[in-house]
Design a protein around this ligand. Structure first.
Ligand code: AMP
Ligand code: DBH
Length: 548
């Protein structure tokens, strides 16, 4: 029995697994789910803060009234290009204003953005378009030396449903973004208990999983995040991470800042040079980074204190920030640290500004909601004694109950009573704060970029000279982890460079290309005959240690 209407399904399974009725009723009664579509936060901003700056992109800026009006016109333009409510549209844009416009326009007309990252290539984008049966794709012409139009041509055969390709910049045979400009249309409001968009999971399987989020559940996480972070109309937020990433989007990110009436400043890249100048020029008071970028900022900061004078809060999340680095944020950057431990599947934890310093430095925060149920369990799903380490599982008012069209995988990723198995290994303090101790999912967290080992292994196995392979994490001082591929060659070992070129030619995102390749005669096996990845991780860590 459900109160939310599932949209549809395919052979792979349902688009969306609704919350059971009694949970949905509870979340509504508690005021978490308010029946408001996500785009209404921008409309409300236009009513309340019409003349205030909503968005800054390079030399261009928009007030709330201007941005809202522009979104109406882009939405009508998309309808004119054949995009309708319920259609999926893969959006792959760097941090530019058009990203924000397209996202709100799609939400407003009830079409579902699929949030791709600029680093994705033909293999990923082709798969997203095909699997989500996307009608549209929105890309930039070129960015960071890559031509996205050529990628769009290359995936057309695979993506049979794709009919509308919009390009920001020189569009060639595709639809130029400027053509998405038409008299506003009366559009029926999307129902808040239906899907708003598909986020991507870092995942641990051969193919990335898609995460179906509803207006109701996401809006709650955004609103509550904005409150926890104390955002208001004076907030000036620098978006330095890829805007499509769940952290930058919602914790509280772009949506939280626009909900609160603040200003979003888009940074084209997260480097200190780019960002420090923007912080100084726009008087930025808050930003969000992954640990590796935070470390780079801390290196650069001492000589450039004046530029950072307005910065009050630095959020760090996406992968584990070391306690030592956490300790130094305050003195080096002259701002408060907030640790954020979240996932696109839902659950987000924050350290609070009034937490004692040892919790801010030594934990990854506590959940947003009093109704986030977090359990730390053993291998048999039994709660471990308080304070002990175990698998973190969770359910709550903004954590999904199932991936998009993935019934088989869902049976593994969720308990029978609907807890999401995060794959994180954690420990909880009496205060409710969580400490992330590790991971039991087959994934490498490369400075916040999640790499699914199986996905990389499948690509490598396609190489004629690769007989067997196992991809594991190796420690790295800067990114936390990098990827190491142990390869059993078929005959003579190919050169590592040749393997990497092969990966790139397959059109795989650069961050998934192995950082190191080790050729071996055979892979170690566990008692039951599985590849012993723990032994491989230990082997490469020891080798790195020995040569350090
Ligand atoms: P995804 O499922 O791709 O959205 O990635 C979410 C995962 O990123 C989490 O399950 C964690 O493994 C990892 N993660 C996010 N934030 C943190 C953090 N602050 N500390 C440690 N791991 C994190
Ligand atoms: O890593 C993540 O996915 C993440 C980190 C911080 C996230 O999704 C979030 C906050 O919302």
């Amino acid at each position: 029995m459900s109160t939310s209407t599932p949209t549809s399904s395919s052979a792979e399974g349902a688009d969306f697994t609704p919350w059971p009725a009694e949970f949905a009723a509870r979340y509504r009664a508690a005021g978490y789910w308010r029946g408001e579509p996500l785009d209404s936060l921008l409309r409300a901003g236009a009513d309340r803060h019409a003349g205030r700056t909503a968005l800054v992109c390079g030399e261009r800026r928009w007030t709330y009234a201007e941005l809202d009006a522009r979104v109406d016109r882009v939405a009508a333009g998309l309808v004119g290009q054949g995009i309708a409510a319920g259609d999926r549209v893969v959006v792959q844009l760097p941090n530019i204003a058009e990203f924000v416009m397209v996202i709100f326009a799609l939400l407003r007309l009830g079409a579902l953005p699929v949030f791709a990252l600029p680093a994705h290539r033909r293999a990923e984008i082709g798969y997203f378009c095909a699997f989500a049966e996307a009608k549209g794709l929105v890309i930039r012409d070129r960015h960071a030396g890559f031509d996205y139009r050529q990628m769009a041509r290359d995936i057309r055969d695979e993506a049979a449903t794709l009919s509308t390709v919009v390009v920001v910049g020189e569009a060639e045979e595709f639809i130029p973004f400027e053509r998405l400009d038409a008299e506003p249309l009366p559009l029926p409001e999307p129902k808040a208990d239906t899907l708003a968009f598909l986020q991507l999971s870092g995942g641990s399987t051969g193919r990335p999983k898609m995460i179906p989020r509803t207006h109701d559940d996401y809006f709650y996480s955004v609103r509550a995040s904005a409150e926890i972070c104390g955002l208001g109309p004076d907030t000036v937020f620098l978006c330095a991470l890829p805007a499509a990433h769940n952290f930058a989007m919602s914790s509280p990110g772009i949506l939280g800042v626009l909900y609160a009436g603040g200003s979003v400043v888009l940074a084209p890249d997260p480097s200190p040079d780019t960002c420090f100048a923007l912080i100084a020029r726009e008087r930025v008071d808050m930003t969000a980074l992954v640990p590796s970028v935070a470390l780079a900022w801390m290196e650069a900061a001492p000589a450039r204190q004046a530029e950072l004078a307005s910065l009050k809060v630095l959020q760090v999340g996406g992968s584990r920030l070391s306690d030592e680095a956490a300790q130094r944020v305050d003195s080096l950057l002259g701002c408060k640290l907030q640790q954020v431990f979240g996932m696109a599947e839902g659950l987000v934890n924050y350290t609070r500004f009034d937490d004692p310093q040892e919790l801010i430095v030594g934990t990854q925060g506590r959940p947003i909601s009093p109704d986030d149920e977090v359990r730390i369990v053993d291998d048999e799903d039994r709660d471990v004694p308080p304070g002990e380490t175990g698998h973190l599982i969770t359910r709550g008012p903004y954590t999904i109950r199932g991936y998009f069209r993935a019934d088989v995988h869902n049976a593994r990723s969720f308990t029978r009573d609907g807890f999401y198995r995060t794959g994180d290994v954690a420990r909880r303090l009496p205060s409710g704060h969580l400490i992330v101790e590790g991971r039991d999912k087959d994934q490498i967290n490369r400075g916040g970029d999640k790499v699914a080992a199986e996905e990389v292994e499948n690509h490598l196995l396609a190489h004629p000279a690769v007989l067997d392979v196992a991809v594991v994490a190796m420690p790295d001082a800067f990114l936390g982890e990098r990827t190491c591929a142990f390869i059993v060659p078929r005959g003579e070992a190919p050169r590592p460079l040749e393997i990497n070129r092969f990966m790139r030619e397959r059109g795989v995102a650069g961050y998934k290309v192995p950082d190191r390749i080790e050729f071996v005669d055979q892979l170690p096996k566990t008692g039951v005959g599985k590849i012993d990845k723990r032994a491989l991780r230990e082997r490469i860590a020891a080798r790195l240690q020995a040569t350090a």
